[in-house]
Structure formats: C-alpha cells, structure tokens
Ligand binder design. Structure first.
Ligand code: HEM
Length: 255
C-alpha cells in the first residue's frame, strides 16, 4: 500500500485529460444516470457532518471550486446548484476533509466495497483503519493531511479487478458479482483520486473518478502487466481487495 501521490497535471499519456479535474468522456451520461438511480434508492449516499462555521465554509469552497472548474473545463453547470445537487451532475464522487481532520461531507455513489455512511464525520486515520499495512502511512498521516490541505493538487490511482461492470460496489446496496471458476468476463477497475487544497489551507476536496475496462479491450501489453501485478499481489492485500479466489480465474481470462 502506497500513498502514490503524483503532482496533478503529471503526464500519464492522456494528453489534456491529465490536466483536467473533471474529465468528460462518452460515459458521462451513463454515470449520471446511475447516480440518479442510486440516489433515488439510497439518499444517504450524500451525507453532511458540518457543524462549525469553518465546516460550512469548507463546503462552500468545494462548491465554488467545482462550479468554476466545470466552467473552465468547458462543461458549465448552473452556479446556483447546492453541493449535493452539483455532485449528481458529475461523473466523480467526492469527499470534503477539513483542517480539524474530519470528513464533513461525502457524496459517493460508486464506492469500491466500502460504506460512505461509515466515513462521514471520521478522521483520516479512522477512515483507513481497515487498510492493511496502513500503519506506515498512518505514521505520516499528519504530513499527508497537511499535503492535502495546503499543497498539490495531487493525483493517485487505485486498481482492482472485478467480475462485473457495476459502478456501485457498496457492500450491501451495490450489485457486485463474486469471482468464480465460471466467471465469463473480467474488468479492470481503476480509480483516479485527486486532492485539491481549498479555502486557504483549511479544507481539501477529494475527487474519485471510477473507470471500468473490460479485459477483452485491454492490449496485449496491458494484459501482461495486469497479470504480473496479480501474480505479485501479497496475500494480505488480495484478501483486503476480496481477490483471493479471483486471481486464478482472472489470470486465465487475461491469457
Ligand atoms: C493523501 C490522500 C490519501 C491516501 C494516500 C490514501 C490512501 C489509501 C490507501 C492506500 C487505501 C487502500 C486502498 C487503496 O490503495 O486505495 C485507501 C482506501 C480508502 N480511502 Fe484513502 N487515501 C487518501 C485520502 C482519502 C480521503 C480524503 C478519503 C475520504 C475522505 C479516503 C477514503 C478511503 C476509503 C473509504 C478507503 C477504503 C477503506 C476500507 O476499505 O475500509 N481516502 N486509501
């Protein structure tokens, strides 16, 4: 487990998209339709734990950043939308963290196996307490929090493999297929996570954009890299990602 933070704007070979916070693609309408469906069934995917004036100022700073950024990147949204309404128009999920080390808002429809309701109001270290080997990162939690609040923006990537192309992998409310020996299709699931300092270093916006790539559409070299990463994955990490029984079948499908 690595913080793996890159300075935002690092060239990963995606041209202009690497320099956008809210990159648009042909999947946008599908993502926002999925959000509408999920939010109608589970309104508690949008949760606010703002108590102080600073907390409310953090939420307003996040709202202004998103309105301004959507406009700068060529997809303007109505500037009078609330942060909750705005979230439903974006492909990205997000959380807002404050200098008091609390997640004062989560707007998450596409979690990868975690519960947004367990994250809101919590600190950086508590949110990550189930992550294996997070101890080493936790020792640097203060520095990481400071980096999220005052430096960057930063970007990091997280990946896993899934047996379905459902965006919502909430443990109870989502629809996640288990891996079996009969699994017919595999998908590479990647999260692009961006941290944006806000409000003069008093808050940070954490954006999560989830991407799904069918194994069938990966190039030969991408399949080889993914296979090698699966082979090298430590058992503890595979268990955390619920991939212990997935690896043999995923490797077959990638062949
Ligand atoms: C510097 C910023 C951050 C770093 C380095 C970091 C690191 C990590 C790592 C290493 C994991 C394990 C899986 C993975 O590789 O992603 C993880 C999981 C997770 N992170 Fe973060 N994270 C950061 C910021 C945040 C923020 C701001 C939030 C929300 C407010 C958050 C919420 C979560 C959640 C909910 C999980 C899943 C935890 C679970 O499985 O119980 N992270 N993070």
């Amino acid at each position: 487990m690595q913080p793996g933070l890159f300075r935002f704007g690092t060239d990963f070979g995606n041209g202009d998209l690497d320099r956008q916070f809210l990159p648009r693609d042909e999947q946008h309408a599908h993502y926002t339709a999925e959000k509408r469906r999920i939010l109608a069934d589970h309104p508690r995917r949008v949760l606010v734990a703002a108590v102080s004036e600073e907390d409310h100022a953090a939420l307003e700073a996040a709202r202004c950043f998103l309105v301004q950024t959507a406009e700068n990147e060529g997809h303007p949204v109505r500037s009078e939308l609330s942060l909750a309404q705005l979230g439903a128009e974006l492909a990205e999920d997000f959380a807002v963290l404050t200098r008091a080390d609390r997640a004062v808002m989560v707007h998450v429809c596409f979690p990868s196996g975690w519960r947004p309701e367990a994250v809101v109001g919590e600190s950086f270290v508590r949110i990550h307490r189930h992550v294996p080997a997070f101890g080493a990162i936790a020792e640097r939690a203060h520095g990481l929090l400071e980096a999220m609040l005052t430096r960057g923006p930063y970007v990091r990537f997280v990946w896993t493999v899934t047996a379905d192309d459902q965006l919502d992998h909430h443990p109870e409310q989502g629809a996640r297929l288990p891996w079996t020996a009969q699994t017919a299709h595999g998908f590479l699931r990647v999260e692009r996570q961006t941290t944006v300092p806000l409000a003069g270093g008093t808050a940070s916006l954490f954006l999560i954009r989830t991407y799904l790539y069918p194994f069938a559409e990966l190039s030969e070299s991408q399949r080889a890299i993914l296979s090698e990463a699966l082979r090298q994955m430590p058992a503890e990490l595979a268990a955390y990602k619920q991939l212990t029984s997935a690896v043999p079948r995923a490797l077959q499908l990638l062949r």
